[in-house]
Design a binder for this molecule. Structure first.
Ligand code: 26Q
Length: 817
C-alpha cells in the first residue's frame, strides 16, 4: 500500500468537507473541521485495520475478547494521530490548512461509555493490546447516552444527558452483516429431536437484534489496529403491523420498546451494585451477542468446537459480563450438541474473571425470580452448574454445611455472580498485590482454599501514550530529549531519568515544565470556573469518582481545619495551596452529593475571604472526564490517594499522577503500596491506618469516633461548622447528614465507617510535611523527577504482557503494509 502524502491528506480533508457539508475550509465550523479531519485520519487507519485483520486470519491467531460493560475511551482523534507513524505529516498538513489541531480536538465529545477506574482500565488495556500487537476485541455496549455531564449550580451537582452521538461519531463503522438475535423471557420447552435426544427450546420469548459498531484501536507506530465492538439494539423487523393479530401486535410493540431501552443509558453507579432488571438485560444483551459472534467466527475457520479455548479467551471485566459462562454453555450444548462435561471443559478453559472490588455493596446478586423470568434457559444452566458445584463442595468438606452457605452460586433466593465467575473460569485475578492478598485471605478465602491455582494478581497499569505523550507534551519532549523515545513503547526505560534527579539544571527544567502545565490548567479553570488561581501555589489534587471510601470528606475537613488555623493565627507559616477537586457522584447517592455541595460551599467562603491573602484556594472542576484529566494530571504537584486502607482495589489515577511527577499523599491501600515500593517512602507522604488495622477494627465492630470528638478541640470545631451554618448560613441543617455519618451509628452502618476522624491527625501531619517539603525546591524537584522515573512498572503494557503470557496465551503479530 502506498503511503499517503501530505498533499493527498490535505486534499482528503477538503474533499470530506465538501462531501459531508458542501463547505470549504474557510467557511466550515469547528465541528465540521473536526469531522473532516477525522474522516481523513480514519482513511489512513482503515487501511491498517484491514491489513491487521488479514494478518490475523492468515496466521489463525488466538484472540482475547475483553468483555466489559464499560469502556471509558476519551477522545480518539488526538490519540490516533500521535499513534500513527504519519503523525508528523498529519500535524503539518493541519497546520498548512491554517487549522489549529488543539481546537479541532476540542470539538470531539469524550466517548464516555464508562464510570471510572474499571472503564478507563479497559480503555488503557485496548491501547496496550494494539501497541504490543496482540489480537483482541473489546466488546461492550453502544450506550446512546454515556456518563452524564456534570454541571454545578449553586454548588449542587446537576446531571445533564451526554448526547455524544448527536453530530455523528466519525470513527465508528456499523457492521450490520454481523447482527445477531438475542432472546429474553418466555419459557424453556423440552422436545425430542429426530434422534430422540432432548432439545431445550426457548419459546414465547421476546428478542432484539444486536447490531455491532466497530471502533478502531490504533497501536503505536506498528500498523496494528484492533477493534472495540459496541453493540446497539434494533427491533426485529416489525413489518406491516396492521396484518398482525392482537397478540402479535402487542408483542411487536413490546419488542420495539425493549430494543429502544436496552442501550439507552449507562448506569452511573461506580462501585455500587444496583439490582435493576434493565441492567441484567444490558448484561445478557452484549454478552450473548459477543459470545455468539466469537463462536461463529471461530467455526468459520475450525471444525472442532471442543478446541475453542485454543483460539478464544473471554476476559470478564468484573462480574458484570459473568452470564458469559452460562451463555457459552448454552451455545455449546444447544447449538453445537456438546454433552455437559465436554461443554464445561471448554467453558472453564475459555473464561477468566477479574475482580475489581472488595466493597460488599458492589457484589452482584440477582433475585432468582428476576433472573429466571428474564433468562429462563440461562438460569436452568446456572442451576445445574450450582447443583454440581455443591456436590463437589459436599464431597470435599463433608458435613461442613457452612461451606455451601458461603460458596453456593445460588443461595438464599439469589444468584451470586462472583461465585459463578470463579467456578466457571480458569482464573481469578485481583488488580493490585494488596487487593489480591485481601481476596485470598478474606473475601474469597473459601474459594482460594478450594481453587488455589486459579488465583493470581495483575497489578493495574495506565497507558503512557495518553497520559504522558498526549496529555503532557512538554514533559514528553523533555523526557525524550534526555533518554530517547523508547519509553513510549517500553516504559521501563523511564528509569533512565533517575540519574538526572540530582542535577540542578534538570530540576529547574522539570519544575519549569510543571509550572507551564499549571498555567495551562489555571487558564482552563479561569475559563470554566471563573476562579483565579495562583500557578505558584502548590496544586494539591483529588480527582476520582465521589465515594465515601475514597474520603474526599477527609480532604475537605482538613481544608476547613487549615482555614480555621489561618484565621486564628494569620502569621502562621503556610505555603500557598490550591486544593483542586473533580468528582462525579452517582445520581442517587445522597451523601456523595452532599460532599460535593460541601466542597463548593467551603470554596465559596474561603475563596472570597481576602483576610487570608489567597493562601488557600479551593476549586471544584466541573465535569471531570478523560479529556480534562489529561490537563489536570500534568499540572499536579500533590496526588491525593487517601482511601480507607483495604477499600481501594488498586486505583489508577495514582499512577497517572506519579507518571507526571506529582508526589503522593496517601494511605497504604491498593496500588499505592507498590507505588511507594518503587519510588521510596522518602518521595511520598504516607499516613493512616494500615489495611490490617482497618480490618481488625471492622471485625471488632468498628471504633468510637466520639472519643476523638470529645478530646480533640480542632476536630470538634470543624465538625461543629457542619451544623452551625458556618458554610451554609441559608440552611444550617444542610450538612447534618454528613455530621451524623461521622458520629452516629445508623441502622447497620457504623459511625465513621471509613475512619475519617481516626486518620485525621495523621493526615494533617502528612500534609504539614508536604508544605514544608515543597519549600525545599531542590528536594521537591528531585522527588518529582524520581516519581516520573520510577513509574515504569505502572504501564498497562506491563500489565497486558502479564495477562497475555500468563492467562491468555496470545502470540504477538506483526503487520507490514
Ligand atoms: C454494578 C451493578 C449495577 C450497576 C453498576 C455496577 C457497577 C458499575 C461500575 C459496579 C462497579 C463499577 C465500577 C467499579 C470500579 O471502577 N472499580 C475500580 O476498578 C479500578 C480498575 O481495576 C480500580 O483501580 C479501582 O480501585 C476500583 O474501585
Amino acid at each position: 500500500m502506498d503511503k499517503i502524502t501530505k498533499s493527498e491528506f490535505k486534499e482528503n480533508v477538503t474533499d470530506y468537507l465538501k462531501v459531508l457539508y458542501r463547505r470549504e475550509v474557510s467557511e466550515a465550523t469547528q465541528q465540521q473541521l473536526f469531522q473532516a479531519v477525522s474522516y481523513a485520519v480514519k482513511d489512513i487507519v482503515v487501511d491498517q485495520w484491514m491489513a491487521t485483520h488479514k494478518a490475523y486470519e492468515k496466521q489463525d491467531v488466538k484472540t482475547v475478547y475483553y468483555l466489559s460493560m464499560e469502556f471509558l475511551m476519551g477522545r480518539a482523534l488526538g490519540n490516533m494521530i500521535i499513534n500513527l507513524s504519519a503523525n508528523k505529516m498529519i500535524k503539518e498538513a493541519i497546520a498548512e490548512l491554517g487549522l489549529d489541531l488543539n481546537s479541532i480536538e476540542d470539538q470531539e465529545p469524550d466517548p464516555a461509555l464508562g464510570n471510572g477506574g474499571l472503564g478507563r482500565l479497559a480503555a488503557c488495556f485496548l491501547d496496550s493490546l494494539s501497541t504490543l500487537g496482540y489480537p483482541a476485541y473489546g466488546c461492550g455496549i453502544r450506550y446512546k447516552y454515556g456518563m452524564f455531564k456534570q454541571r454545578i449550580k449553586d454548588g449542587y451537582q446537576l446531571e445533564v444527558p451526554d448526547d455524544w452521538l448527536k453530530d455523528g461519531y466519525p470513527f465508528e463503522i456499523k457492521r450490520s452483516e454481523y447482527a445477531v438475535e438475542v432472546k429474553f423471557g418466555g419459557y424453556v420447552a423440552i422436545r425430542k429431536d429426530a434422534n430422540g435426544k432432548d432439545r431445550f427450546i426457548q419459546e414465547n420469548y421476546q428478542s432484539v437484534m444486536a447490531v455491532p459498531y466497530d471502533l478502531p484501536i490504533v497501536g503505536y507506530n506498528n500498523n496494528i489496529v484492533n477493534t472495540l465492538r459496541i453493540w446497539d439494539a434494533e427491533a426485529i423487523d416489525t413489518f406491516n403491523l396492521d396484518s398482525f393479530d392482537k397478540g402479535d401486535y402487542q408483542k411487536a410493540v413490546e419488542q420495539q420498546n425493549l430494543a429502544r431501552t436496552i442501550c439507552e443509558v449507562l448506569y452511573p453507579n461506580d462501585n455500587h451494585y444496583a439490582g435493576k432488571e434493565l441492567r441484567l438485560k444490558q448484561q445478557y444483551f452484549f454478552v450473548s451477542a459477543s459470545v455468539q459472534r466469537a463462536v461463529s467466527k471461530y467455526m468459520e475457520k475450525h471444525n472442532d468446537i471442543r478446541k475453542l479455548h485454543e483460539k478464544v479467551a473471554f476476559q470478564l471485566n468484573d462480574t458484570h459480563p459473568t452470564v458469559a459462562v452460562a451463555e457459552l454453555m448454552r451455545i455449546l450444548m444447544d447449538c453445537y450438541d456438546l454433552e455437559w462435561n465436554e461443554a464445561w471443559e471448554v467453558t472453564t478453559k475459555t473464561c477468566a474473571y477479574t475482580n475489581h472490588t472488595i466493597m460488599s455493596e458492589a457484589l452482584e446478586k440477582w433475585p432468582i425470580e428476576l433472573f429466571s423470568r428474564l433468562l429462563p434457559r440461562i438460569y436452568q444452566i446456572i442451576e445445574e452448574i450450582n447443583r454440581r458445584f455443591i456436590i463437589e463442595i459436599q464431597n470435599t468438606y463433608p458435613g461442613d454445611y457452612h461451606k455451601i452457605e458461603k460458596m453456593a452460586i445460588i443461595y438464599d433466593g439469589q444468584v451470586k455472580m462472583a461465585h459463578l465467575a470463579i467456578v466457571g473460569g480458569y482464573s481469578v485475578n485481583g488488580v493490585a498485590r494488596l487487593h489480591t492478598e485481601i481476596l485470598k485471605k478474606q473475601e474469597l478465602k473459601d474459594f482460594y482454599q478450594h481453587f488455589p491455582t486459579k488465583f493470581n494478581n495483575k497489578t493495574n497499569g495506565i497507558t503512557q501514550r495518553r497520559f504522558l505523550l498526549h496529555g503532557n507534551p512538554l514533559l514528553a519532549d523533555w523526557v525524550t530529549s534526555k533518554i530517547g523515545n523508547e519509553w513510549i513503547t517500553d516504559l521501563s526505560h523511564i528509569n533512565e531519568l533517575a540519574i538526572y534527579a540530582d542535577d540542578e539544571k534538570c530540576q529547574k527544567e522539570f519544575m519549569n515544565i510543571k509550572y507551564q502545565n499549571k498555567v495551562r490548567l489555571a487558564q482552563y479553570i479561569q475559563e470554566h470556573n471563573g476562579v483565579t488561581i495562583n500557578p505558584r501555589s502548590i496544586f494539591d489534587v483529588q480527582v476520582k469518582r465521589l465515594h465515601e471510601y475514597k474520603r474526599q470528606l477527609l480532604n475537605i475537613l482538613h481544608v476547613m481545619h487549615l482555614y480555621n488555623q489561618l484565621k486564628r493565627n494569620p502569621g502562621m507559616e503556610f505555603y500557598p495551596r490550591t486544593f483542586i477537586f473533580g468528582a462525579k457522584a452517582s445520581a442517587g447517592y445522597r451523601r456523595a452529593k452532599a460532599i460535593i455541595k460541601l466542597i463548593n460551599s467551603v470554596a465559596n467562603v474561603i475563596n472570597n475571604d481576602t483576610s487570608i491573602q489567597n493562601k488557600i484556594k479551593v476549586v471544584f472542576i466541573e465535569d471531570y472526564k478523560v479529556s480534562n484529566a489529561e490537563l489536570i494530571f500534568s499540572a499536579a504537584d500533590v496526588s491525593e490517594q487517601i482511601s480507607t486502607a483495604s477499600k481501594e482495589a488498586s486505583g489508577t489515577g495514582n499512577m497517572k499522577f506519579m507518571l507526571n511527577g506529582a508526589l503522593t499523599i496517601g494511605t497504604m491501600d491498593g496500588a499505592n503500596v507498590e507505588i511507594v515500593e518503587e519510588v521510596g517512602e522518602e518521595n511520598a507522604f504516607i499516613f493512616g491506618l494500615s489495611s490490617d488495622e482497618v480490618i481488625q477494627f471492622e471485625q471488632n465492630g468498628g471504633y468510637n469516633p466520639k472519643e476523638i470528638f470529645n478530646i480533640d478541640q480542632d476536630i470538634r470545631a470543624v465538625l461543629t461548622q457542619l451544623i452551625n451554618g458556618f458554610y451554609s448560613p441559608e440552611n444550617p441543617e444542610l450538612f447534618r447528614e454528613l455530621y451524623n455519618s461521622l458520629l452516629e451509628n445508623n441502622g447497620g452502618e457504623r459511625a465513621d465507617q471509613y475512619f475519617i476522624l481516626k486518620d485525621f491527625r495523621s493526615y494533617e501531619e502528612a500534609q504539614k510535611k508536604v508544605g514544608a517539603y515543597y519549600q525545599d525546591e531542590k528536594a521537591w524537584a528531585k522527588s518529582a523527577i524520581l516519581n516520573t522515573a520510577k513509574s515504569g512498572k505502572f504501564s498497562s503494557d506491563r500489565t497486558i504482557e502479564e495477562y497475555a503470557t500468563e492467562l491468555w496465551n496470545l502470540n504477538k503479530v506483526k503487520v507490514e503494509l
